[in-house]
Design a protein around this ligand. Structure first.
Ligand SMILES: [Zn+2]
Length: 565
């Protein structure tokens, strides 16, 4: 079979030994390493826990016997090395020694751009933030509270009369003052209502949910002009008693949105909705940093607003949401909690009588799915923290290869720091990749660099309308240095992805497995048949399932051995 002849040949072409760095494992000479394809293992862990080192010891010994050559090692603590105690670094030394003994190349995952919660633990205010414009706050005594405007009106949220909603799917029925979905059997099960909203305001949706053996994912979605404005998982359990669930959205530039309470993948069991509410809110998860300014103006009669801004610290106390980015630990963001108010100083109280109307503009954090948060790439402090992170990881590991973790960047180009650059999302991302590449090279000039493919691939996520990214992600790939090895992982468009990066001159690493049958990697290897520059294949598990590393290695190697025929 021809497939892996080219595969093996391409491995030779790219000189795989280069990333073993200053301390090659015994027997690892350039020619020797290059004559075999790399076999990688993806290992996320927490090295603060001693038992995890013992687990890696067992796993890596098994893997090394099966011919694995590289380990992509990820640990959220890589972003918090500044706070780690000596026993953490002791465990780092243990895994380094283990890798040396087993002749495995350790490749630490760095630069968490996309899934940025870990690096955001260093400063939760660096989260990319959506703008709120001119929200109304009204003064009463020494406090200014948010006032919804216009009051968003959800009709029939008590579900006593489903006809008050705009439309519903057939399998949503009235049931004792609630809306019930029973045995959807794969059918869409939605009840929908259009809502008038003000542009660039923050809204809170709450709804009570009960389930009984429900197989499917109940969602509260906001759609506008065919695009979703919220991607938050409600976290409904298959069986639960009445529980209030929350989602929050920013209306962005829309004046009409549609609320969908529904399930798109329901199979069996029952789901009930009740007590749906939608309200405009203010200052929830307000972000405070230079590139996310908060401004307060007084509304004047006959005039849009007073041009003079009220001064924080002088007229009103510093505005913070003490619950922003700290629950259950720094870098994690609540979907919903009670938002803060604006407290006037004594000087402010004298100037602003009761009933004074204030217009407040600010930026707020937003999360995707289960709490995923993106760091703002445009705020200068982000780069300082990333540089420090990289320096500390290199001090600890002295690795000869690093893996940049740009991946599924879902909120971008909204805050003032981003927008005032007047770049597209793709250009901002390209520049960030250039900066990250150069920050790795500052400390490890000879290191081999890797990055995930999706955000630099027009066949995958580098395009228009990607989650809450503002504008087009095209041209992100212009920041990709041709020496950086791209870990491709989009199985569905594997042929297009491989060709895209190979044509750009980037070497490739195939990220396979993904908790599918191990033979699925054959689809990748077949697609890679005529592609130059494939350096290896990675066993990539998101479930921590290493049961299939043997069959996976056999599949890859079986194919490789055919190449000799
Ligand atoms: Zn930004």
């Amino acid at each position: 079979m021809q497939t892996l002849h080219v595969f093996a040949a391409s491995v030779l072409a790219y000189g795989l030994a280069t990333d073993r760095g200053p301390n090659p494992a015994p027997g690892e000479q350039a020619g020797q390493s290059a004559s075999s394809s790399q076999l990688w293992l993806y290992c996320p862990t927490n090295l603060l826990v001693d038992e995890n080192v013992a687990k890696l010891d067992d796993l890596w010994r098994r893997a090394a016997k099966m011919g694995y050559t590289h380990v992509l090692l990820a640990d959220s603590k890589f972003c918090r090395l500044v706070d780690m105690e000596p026993r953490y670094f002791h465990n780092v030394d243990r895994v380094k020694a283990l890798a040396r003994e087993l002749r495995l190349t350790l490749v630490p995952a760095v630069m968490p751009i996309g899934y940025s919660n870990d690096i955001l633990s260093r400063d939760p205010n660096l989260v990319e933030a959506l703008p709120v414009r001119e929200a109304l706050f009204v003064v009463h005594r020494n406090v200014a509270r948010h006032e919804p405007e216009p009051r968003v009106e959800l009709k029939g949220g008590d579900f006593n009369d489903l006809s008050r909603w705009d439309w519903k799917d057939e399998c949503v029925t009235a049931d004792a003052g609630a809306a019930r979905v029973a045995d959807p059997n794969g059918r869409n099960a939605r009840i929908v209502q259009k809502l008038n909203v003000a542009p660039f305001r923050q809204y809170h949706v709450s709804v009570r949910v009960k389930t009984a053996d429900f197989a499917g994912t109940p969602e509260a979605k906001i759609l506008a002009d065919g695009r979703a404005l919220t991607f938050i998982n409600l976290g409904v359990k298959p069986t639960q008693d009445w529980t209030v669930h929350h989602t929050v959205f920013n209306s962005l530039d829309h004046t009409e949105v549609a609320l969908y309470l529904g399930c798109w993948d329901g199979r069996s069991g029952s789901l009930w909705w009740d007590d749906a509410k939608v309200e405009e809110i203010g200052l929830l998860n307000v972000v405070r940093r230079p590139g996310a300014p908060l401004t307060v103006h007084r509304e004047m009669t006959g005039d849009a607003r007073d041009p003079v801004a009220w001064i924080e610290g002088q007229d009103f106390e510093r505005v913070v949401d003490p619950d922003m980015g700290v629950h259950p630990w720094p870098g994690e963001y609540d979907v919903w909690h009670e938002p803060p108010v604006i407290r006037l100083t004594d000087a402010g109280v004298k100037k602003l009588p009761d009933g004074s109307r204030l217009r407040v503009s600010y930026y707020h954090a937003i999360t995707i799915h289960d709490g995923q948060a993106m760091i703002c790439p445009s705020e200068p402090k982000t780069l300082e923290i990333l540089r420090d992170h990289m320096r500390r990881v290199h001090e600890a590991f002295g690795a000869s290869a690093y893996f940049m973790s740009h991946d599924e960047i879902r909120v971008l180009n909204w805050c003032d720091a981003c927008q005032k650059r007047h770049l597209t999302a793709g250009q901002i991302l390209a520049e960030n990749l250039r900066q990250c590449t150069s920050m790795v090279r500052e400390v490890a000039p000879d290191a081999t660099l890797y990055v995930w493919s999706d955000m630099f691939d027009p066949h995958h996520n580098a395009g228009q309308d990607y989650y809450l990214v503002r504008g087009d992600l095209a041209r992100s790939w212009e920041g990709l240095d041709p020496k950086v090895i791209v870990a491709v992982w989009y199985l569905e468009k594997r042929a297009e992805s491989l060709k895209w990066f190979a044509d750009r001159g980037n070497p490739l690493l195939i990220a396979g497995y993904y908790d599918a049958p191990p033979t699925q990697v054959l689809d990748w290897l077949t697609a890679a048949r005529d592609v130059k520059g494939v350096t290896g294949v990675m066993y990539t598990t998101w479930r921590g399932d290493y049961e299939q590393i043997g069959p996976f290695a056999d599949t890859v190697r079986g194919e490789v051995s055919h190449s000799g025929k």
